[in-house]
Design a protein around this ligand. Structure first.
Ligand SMILES: O=C(O)C(=O)C[C@]1(C(=O)O)C=C[C@@H](O)C=C1
Length: 370
Protein backbone atom coordinates (compact mmCIF):
# COMPACT_ATOMS: atom_id res chain seq x y z
CA UNK A 1 0.00 0.00 0.00
CA UNK A 2 1.37 3.43 -0.90
CA UNK A 3 1.71 6.11 1.76
CA UNK A 4 -1.00 8.26 0.12
CA UNK A 5 -3.51 5.40 0.15
CA UNK A 6 -2.68 4.60 3.80
CA UNK A 7 -3.22 8.24 4.70
CA UNK A 8 -6.51 8.39 2.87
CA UNK A 9 -7.73 5.20 4.57
CA UNK A 10 -7.06 6.74 7.92
CA UNK A 11 -8.79 9.91 6.75
CA UNK A 12 -11.74 7.77 5.67
CA UNK A 13 -11.81 6.04 9.07
CA UNK A 14 -11.75 9.36 10.86
CA UNK A 15 -14.54 10.73 8.67
CA UNK A 16 -16.67 7.63 9.18
CA UNK A 17 -16.27 7.88 12.94
CA UNK A 18 -17.24 11.56 13.08
CA UNK A 19 -20.08 11.09 10.59
CA UNK A 20 -21.46 8.31 12.80
CA UNK A 21 -21.44 10.82 15.64
CA UNK A 22 -23.24 13.34 13.41
CA UNK A 23 -25.87 10.71 12.50
CA UNK A 24 -26.49 9.94 16.18
CA UNK A 25 -26.77 13.67 17.02
CA UNK A 26 -29.14 14.28 14.07
CA UNK A 27 -31.33 11.46 15.34
CA UNK A 28 -31.54 13.14 18.74
CA UNK A 29 -32.18 16.58 17.21
CA UNK A 30 -34.95 15.12 15.04
CA UNK A 31 -36.53 13.35 18.01
CA UNK A 32 -36.42 16.59 20.04
CA UNK A 33 -37.80 18.75 17.20
CA UNK A 34 -40.66 16.25 16.90
CA UNK A 35 -41.32 16.53 20.65
CA UNK A 36 -41.20 20.33 20.38
CA UNK A 37 -43.70 20.27 17.52
CA UNK A 38 -46.04 18.11 19.64
CA UNK A 39 -45.80 20.77 22.39
CA UNK A 40 -46.68 23.50 19.87
CA UNK A 41 -49.66 21.41 18.79
CA UNK A 42 -50.78 21.24 22.45
CA UNK A 43 -50.29 25.01 22.76
CA UNK A 44 -52.69 25.44 19.82
CA UNK A 45 -55.25 23.18 21.53
CA UNK A 46 -55.02 25.29 24.69
CA UNK A 47 -55.38 28.53 22.69
CA UNK A 48 -58.55 27.24 20.98
CA UNK A 49 -60.15 25.39 23.90
CA UNK A 50 -63.82 26.06 24.51
CA UNK A 51 -64.28 26.61 20.75
CA UNK A 52 -62.45 29.99 20.86
CA UNK A 53 -62.54 31.32 17.28
CA UNK A 54 -60.35 34.42 17.65
CA UNK A 55 -57.32 32.63 19.13
CA UNK A 56 -54.00 34.42 18.56
CA UNK A 57 -51.33 31.91 17.56
CA UNK A 58 -48.39 34.18 16.68
CA UNK A 59 -46.89 35.55 19.90
CA UNK A 60 -44.01 37.93 19.07
CA UNK A 61 -43.16 38.49 22.75
CA UNK A 62 -42.70 34.76 23.34
CA UNK A 63 -40.67 34.35 20.13
CA UNK A 64 -38.36 37.19 21.19
CA UNK A 65 -37.90 35.55 24.63
CA UNK A 66 -37.10 32.16 23.06
CA UNK A 67 -34.55 33.70 20.66
CA UNK A 68 -32.93 35.81 23.37
CA UNK A 69 -32.55 32.69 25.55
CA UNK A 70 -30.97 30.81 22.62
CA UNK A 71 -28.41 33.59 22.15
CA UNK A 72 -27.78 33.87 25.89
CA UNK A 73 -26.92 30.19 26.39
CA UNK A 74 -25.03 29.76 23.11
CA UNK A 75 -21.45 28.67 23.83
CA UNK A 76 -20.94 26.74 20.60
CA UNK A 77 -18.66 27.51 17.67
CA UNK A 78 -21.67 29.00 15.86
CA UNK A 79 -22.22 32.76 16.19
CA UNK A 80 -25.22 33.75 18.39
CA UNK A 81 -27.13 35.19 15.42
CA UNK A 82 -26.70 32.03 13.33
CA UNK A 83 -27.86 29.84 16.22
CA UNK A 84 -30.88 32.11 16.67
CA UNK A 85 -31.68 31.83 12.94
CA UNK A 86 -31.87 28.02 13.26
CA UNK A 87 -34.36 28.36 16.12
CA UNK A 88 -36.22 31.05 14.10
CA UNK A 89 -36.85 28.30 11.51
CA UNK A 90 -37.88 25.70 14.09
CA UNK A 91 -40.42 28.12 15.60
CA UNK A 92 -41.64 29.08 12.14
CA UNK A 93 -42.54 25.44 11.38
CA UNK A 94 -44.04 24.95 14.86
CA UNK A 95 -46.23 28.03 14.33
CA UNK A 96 -47.28 26.75 10.88
CA UNK A 97 -48.46 23.57 12.62
CA UNK A 98 -50.65 25.70 14.89
CA UNK A 99 -51.86 27.98 12.09
CA UNK A 100 -50.47 28.79 8.62
CA UNK A 101 -49.51 32.48 8.84
CA UNK A 102 -49.88 34.80 5.84
CA UNK A 103 -47.89 38.04 5.75
CA UNK A 104 -48.48 40.87 3.24
CA UNK A 105 -45.48 42.83 1.98
CA UNK A 106 -44.65 45.34 -0.73
CA UNK A 107 -43.87 43.04 -3.67
CA UNK A 108 -42.99 41.74 -6.05
CA UNK A 109 -41.04 38.69 -4.89
CA UNK A 110 -37.38 39.45 -4.26
CA UNK A 111 -37.93 42.90 -2.72
CA UNK A 112 -36.23 43.78 0.56
CA UNK A 113 -39.70 43.68 2.13
CA UNK A 114 -39.94 40.05 1.01
CA UNK A 115 -36.59 39.30 2.71
CA UNK A 116 -37.87 41.02 5.85
CA UNK A 117 -40.90 38.66 5.98
CA UNK A 118 -38.60 35.64 5.89
CA UNK A 119 -36.24 37.14 8.46
CA UNK A 120 -39.07 37.88 10.90
CA UNK A 121 -41.43 34.92 10.34
CA UNK A 122 -39.13 32.20 8.87
CA UNK A 123 -39.70 30.22 5.70
CA UNK A 124 -42.85 28.39 6.86
CA UNK A 125 -44.89 31.62 6.67
CA UNK A 126 -46.73 32.50 3.46
CA UNK A 127 -45.52 35.85 2.06
CA UNK A 128 -48.28 37.64 0.10
CA UNK A 129 -47.03 40.28 -2.35
CA UNK A 130 -49.17 43.42 -2.76
CA UNK A 131 -48.52 46.47 -4.89
CA UNK A 132 -48.28 49.34 -2.37
CA UNK A 133 -47.64 50.13 1.29
CA UNK A 134 -51.27 51.35 1.53
CA UNK A 135 -52.43 47.92 0.35
CA UNK A 136 -50.34 46.15 3.02
CA UNK A 137 -52.33 48.11 5.62
CA UNK A 138 -55.69 47.50 3.94
CA UNK A 139 -55.35 43.70 3.49
CA UNK A 140 -54.37 43.30 7.17
CA UNK A 141 -57.24 45.59 8.26
CA UNK A 142 -59.74 43.58 6.20
CA UNK A 143 -58.41 40.29 7.64
CA UNK A 144 -57.35 38.98 4.23
CA UNK A 145 -53.94 38.13 5.71
CA UNK A 146 -52.78 37.60 9.30
CA UNK A 147 -50.00 40.20 9.37
CA UNK A 148 -48.20 42.78 7.26
CA UNK A 149 -44.64 44.10 7.11
CA UNK A 150 -43.80 47.66 6.07
CA UNK A 151 -40.54 49.65 5.90
CA UNK A 152 -40.51 52.49 8.44
CA UNK A 153 -37.15 54.14 8.04
CA UNK A 154 -33.83 53.77 6.34
CA UNK A 155 -30.50 54.73 7.88
CA UNK A 156 -29.55 56.79 4.80
CA UNK A 157 -32.87 58.12 3.46
CA UNK A 158 -34.83 58.63 6.69
CA UNK A 159 -38.50 57.88 7.23
CA UNK A 160 -40.74 56.12 4.70
CA UNK A 161 -43.46 58.73 4.29
CA UNK A 162 -46.19 56.39 2.97
CA UNK A 163 -45.82 54.18 6.07
CA UNK A 164 -45.93 57.10 8.52
CA UNK A 165 -49.03 58.54 6.85
CA UNK A 166 -50.88 55.19 6.90
CA UNK A 167 -49.95 54.63 10.56
CA UNK A 168 -51.69 57.88 11.44
CA UNK A 169 -54.98 56.68 9.91
CA UNK A 170 -54.82 52.96 10.63
CA UNK A 171 -56.37 50.99 13.49
CA UNK A 172 -53.60 48.35 13.23
CA UNK A 173 -51.05 47.67 15.96
CA UNK A 174 -47.30 47.68 15.51
CA UNK A 175 -46.49 44.14 16.69
CA UNK A 176 -42.81 43.77 15.90
CA UNK A 177 -39.70 45.41 14.56
CA UNK A 178 -36.70 44.17 12.64
CA UNK A 179 -33.69 45.61 10.88
CA UNK A 180 -32.43 44.42 7.51
CA UNK A 181 -29.03 45.30 6.03
CA UNK A 182 -29.71 46.76 2.60
CA UNK A 183 -26.73 45.82 0.48
CA UNK A 184 -27.50 46.97 -3.05
CA UNK A 185 -26.03 45.44 -6.22
CA UNK A 186 -26.16 46.55 -9.84
CA UNK A 187 -27.84 43.84 -11.93
CA UNK A 188 -27.85 43.72 -15.71
CA UNK A 189 -27.33 41.54 -18.78
CA UNK A 190 -24.95 44.27 -20.06
CA UNK A 191 -21.44 42.85 -20.53
CA UNK A 192 -19.91 45.74 -18.54
CA UNK A 193 -21.05 48.87 -16.66
CA UNK A 194 -20.14 51.20 -19.58
CA UNK A 195 -22.82 49.48 -21.73
CA UNK A 196 -25.55 50.53 -19.26
CA UNK A 197 -27.53 53.56 -20.44
CA UNK A 198 -30.35 53.51 -17.89
CA UNK A 199 -30.59 52.55 -14.19
CA UNK A 200 -33.97 51.66 -12.69
CA UNK A 201 -34.81 51.24 -9.02
CA UNK A 202 -37.26 52.27 -6.33
CA UNK A 203 -36.85 55.96 -5.41
CA UNK A 204 -35.33 55.01 -2.01
CA UNK A 205 -32.69 52.75 -3.60
CA UNK A 206 -31.73 55.43 -6.15
CA UNK A 207 -31.29 57.83 -3.21
CA UNK A 208 -29.20 55.31 -1.29
CA UNK A 209 -26.79 54.87 -4.23
CA UNK A 210 -26.79 58.52 -5.44
CA UNK A 211 -23.03 59.15 -4.94
CA UNK A 212 -21.97 55.79 -6.36
CA UNK A 213 -24.09 56.35 -9.48
CA UNK A 214 -22.72 59.89 -9.89
CA UNK A 215 -19.12 58.65 -9.64
CA UNK A 216 -19.42 55.42 -11.61
CA UNK A 217 -22.26 55.81 -14.15
CA UNK A 218 -22.52 59.60 -14.67
CA UNK A 219 -23.92 59.12 -18.21
CA UNK A 220 -26.77 56.82 -17.19
CA UNK A 221 -30.38 58.00 -17.07
CA UNK A 222 -31.91 57.29 -13.64
CA UNK A 223 -35.57 56.33 -13.40
CA UNK A 224 -37.66 55.54 -10.32
CA UNK A 225 -40.04 52.55 -10.61
CA UNK A 226 -42.47 50.93 -8.12
CA UNK A 227 -39.88 48.53 -6.61
CA UNK A 228 -36.36 47.19 -7.12
CA UNK A 229 -37.79 43.81 -8.11
CA UNK A 230 -39.93 45.52 -10.78
CA UNK A 231 -36.70 47.15 -12.01
CA UNK A 232 -35.05 43.71 -12.16
CA UNK A 233 -37.93 42.37 -14.27
CA UNK A 234 -37.42 45.19 -16.81
CA UNK A 235 -33.63 44.64 -16.82
CA UNK A 236 -34.27 40.97 -17.67
CA UNK A 237 -35.67 42.09 -21.03
CA UNK A 238 -33.23 44.86 -21.95
CA UNK A 239 -29.41 44.58 -21.63
CA UNK A 240 -28.96 48.38 -21.79
CA UNK A 241 -30.91 48.64 -18.51
CA UNK A 242 -29.47 47.93 -15.06
CA UNK A 243 -31.50 47.46 -11.88
CA UNK A 244 -30.47 48.22 -8.33
CA UNK A 245 -31.56 45.29 -6.18
CA UNK A 246 -30.40 42.64 -3.72
CA UNK A 247 -28.27 39.56 -4.35
CA UNK A 248 -31.45 37.49 -3.73
CA UNK A 249 -33.24 39.38 -6.52
CA UNK A 250 -30.31 38.59 -8.85
CA UNK A 251 -30.84 34.88 -8.10
CA UNK A 252 -34.61 35.07 -8.43
CA UNK A 253 -34.59 37.02 -11.71
CA UNK A 254 -31.46 35.27 -13.02
CA UNK A 255 -29.62 38.51 -13.66
CA UNK A 256 -25.82 38.76 -13.55
CA UNK A 257 -24.37 41.03 -10.84
CA UNK A 258 -22.27 43.75 -12.49
CA UNK A 259 -21.27 45.45 -9.23
CA UNK A 260 -21.61 44.50 -5.55
CA UNK A 261 -21.98 46.86 -2.53
CA UNK A 262 -23.02 50.04 -4.37
CA UNK A 263 -24.86 51.69 -1.42
CA UNK A 264 -23.26 55.01 -0.43
CA UNK A 265 -23.37 53.99 3.22
CA UNK A 266 -21.91 50.54 3.76
CA UNK A 267 -24.03 50.23 6.93
CA UNK A 268 -27.22 50.97 4.96
CA UNK A 269 -30.07 49.42 6.98
CA UNK A 270 -33.86 49.51 6.76
CA UNK A 271 -36.08 49.13 9.80
CA UNK A 272 -39.37 47.31 9.22
CA UNK A 273 -42.48 47.09 11.40
CA UNK A 274 -44.86 44.16 11.67
CA UNK A 275 -48.53 45.18 11.55
CA UNK A 276 -51.17 43.13 13.33
CA UNK A 277 -54.67 43.46 14.72
CA UNK A 278 -53.82 42.55 18.34
CA UNK A 279 -51.84 44.15 21.16
CA UNK A 280 -48.59 42.40 22.11
CA UNK A 281 -47.74 41.47 25.72
CA UNK A 282 -44.42 42.60 27.29
CA UNK A 283 -41.34 40.52 26.40
CA UNK A 284 -39.02 42.17 28.92
CA UNK A 285 -37.16 44.27 26.31
CA UNK A 286 -39.70 46.31 24.38
CA UNK A 287 -40.37 49.51 22.51
CA UNK A 288 -43.52 51.62 22.27
CA UNK A 289 -44.47 53.71 19.25
CA UNK A 290 -46.95 56.56 19.36
CA UNK A 291 -48.15 59.51 17.31
CA UNK A 292 -49.38 62.77 18.79
CA UNK A 293 -50.18 66.36 18.00
CA UNK A 294 -49.46 69.22 20.38
CA UNK A 295 -51.57 72.14 21.58
CA UNK A 296 -50.86 75.47 19.91
CA UNK A 297 -49.09 77.07 22.91
CA UNK A 298 -45.58 77.94 24.03
CA UNK A 299 -43.54 75.00 25.34
CA UNK A 300 -46.16 72.40 24.38
CA UNK A 301 -43.65 69.95 22.89
CA UNK A 302 -41.22 70.51 25.76
CA UNK A 303 -43.87 69.49 28.33
CA UNK A 304 -44.49 66.26 26.45
CA UNK A 305 -40.83 65.40 26.14
CA UNK A 306 -40.37 66.20 29.83
CA UNK A 307 -43.01 63.59 30.77
CA UNK A 308 -40.58 60.98 29.36
CA UNK A 309 -37.30 62.64 30.36
CA UNK A 310 -38.13 63.01 34.07
CA UNK A 311 -38.93 59.28 34.25
CA UNK A 312 -35.68 58.38 32.42
CA UNK A 313 -37.64 56.91 29.51
CA UNK A 314 -35.32 56.73 26.54
CA UNK A 315 -36.70 58.19 23.32
CA UNK A 316 -35.16 56.44 20.29
CA UNK A 317 -36.85 58.47 17.54
CA UNK A 318 -38.92 61.59 17.00
CA UNK A 319 -40.04 62.82 13.57
CA UNK A 320 -42.68 65.26 12.44
CA UNK A 321 -45.07 64.91 9.50
CA UNK A 322 -47.82 67.18 8.18
CA UNK A 323 -51.11 66.21 9.87
CA UNK A 324 -52.89 66.36 6.47
CA UNK A 325 -56.00 67.77 8.18
CA UNK A 326 -54.88 71.43 8.27
CA UNK A 327 -52.07 73.36 6.54
CA UNK A 328 -48.92 73.80 8.69
CA UNK A 329 -50.31 71.48 11.33
CA UNK A 330 -47.90 68.69 12.31
CA UNK A 331 -47.98 65.35 14.10
CA UNK A 332 -45.01 63.80 15.91
CA UNK A 333 -44.09 60.12 15.72
CA UNK A 334 -42.23 59.05 18.85
CA UNK A 335 -40.55 55.71 19.69
CA UNK A 336 -39.70 54.93 23.31
CA UNK A 337 -37.90 52.17 25.15
CA UNK A 338 -40.35 50.23 27.32
CA UNK A 339 -43.81 48.63 27.13
CA UNK A 340 -47.03 50.60 27.59
CA UNK A 341 -47.86 48.26 30.54
CA UNK A 342 -44.64 49.31 32.38
CA UNK A 343 -45.59 51.46 35.39
CA UNK A 344 -43.36 54.44 34.52
CA UNK A 345 -44.39 54.45 30.87
CA UNK A 346 -48.06 54.16 31.85
CA UNK A 347 -47.69 57.24 34.10
CA UNK A 348 -45.83 59.18 31.40
CA UNK A 349 -48.48 58.34 28.80
CA UNK A 350 -51.26 59.50 31.14
CA UNK A 351 -49.46 62.83 31.52
CA UNK A 352 -48.97 63.09 27.75
CA UNK A 353 -52.68 62.44 27.13
CA UNK A 354 -53.42 65.47 29.39
CA UNK A 355 -50.83 67.69 27.67
CA UNK A 356 -51.31 66.78 24.00
CA UNK A 357 -54.10 67.71 21.58
CA UNK A 358 -54.24 64.13 20.28
CA UNK A 359 -52.39 60.88 21.15
CA UNK A 360 -52.54 57.45 19.55
CA UNK A 361 -50.44 54.52 20.75
CA UNK A 362 -49.35 52.58 17.70
CA UNK A 363 -48.21 49.60 19.73
CA UNK A 364 -45.69 48.05 22.09
CA UNK A 365 -43.48 45.34 20.64
CA UNK A 366 -40.29 43.39 21.38
CA UNK A 367 -36.88 44.77 20.46
CA UNK A 368 -35.71 42.30 17.81
CA UNK A 369 -33.16 39.69 18.94
CA UNK A 370 -32.25 38.89 15.31
O1 LIG B 1 -45.71 29.71 23.02
C1 LIG B 1 -46.59 29.81 22.16
O2 LIG B 1 -47.60 30.52 22.34
C2 LIG B 1 -46.49 29.06 20.92
O3 LIG B 1 -47.39 29.13 20.11
C3 LIG B 1 -45.24 28.27 20.60
C4 LIG B 1 -44.27 29.02 19.71
C5 LIG B 1 -42.96 28.19 19.65
O4 LIG B 1 -42.81 27.41 18.73
O5 LIG B 1 -42.17 28.33 20.58
C6 LIG B 1 -44.84 29.13 18.35
C7 LIG B 1 -45.42 30.26 17.90
C8 LIG B 1 -45.54 31.48 18.69
O6 LIG B 1 -45.41 32.61 17.90
C9 LIG B 1 -44.63 31.48 19.83
C10 LIG B 1 -43.99 30.35 20.26
Amino acid sequence: MTKTTAQSVSEQEQLTEIRNQIDAIDQQIQQLIGERAACAHKVAEIKTQGGKVDAVFYRPEREAQVLRAVKERNDSLLPDKEMAKLFREIMSTCLALEQPISVAYLGPEGSYSHSSVIKQFGTAAHPVAVSSIEEVFSVVEKGEVNYGIVPVENSTEGEVKATQDELLKSSLKVSGELELAVDHCLLSHATSSDKVSKVLAHQQALGQCREWLKNNLPWAELEAVSSNAAAAKIAQEDPSVAAIASEQAADLYQLPILEYHISDSKANTTRFWVLGREDVEPSGEDKTALVLSIKNEAGALLKILDAFAKRHINMTRIISRPSKSKNWDYVFFIDLIGHQHDENLKEALQEVVEQAAFVKILGSFPISPL
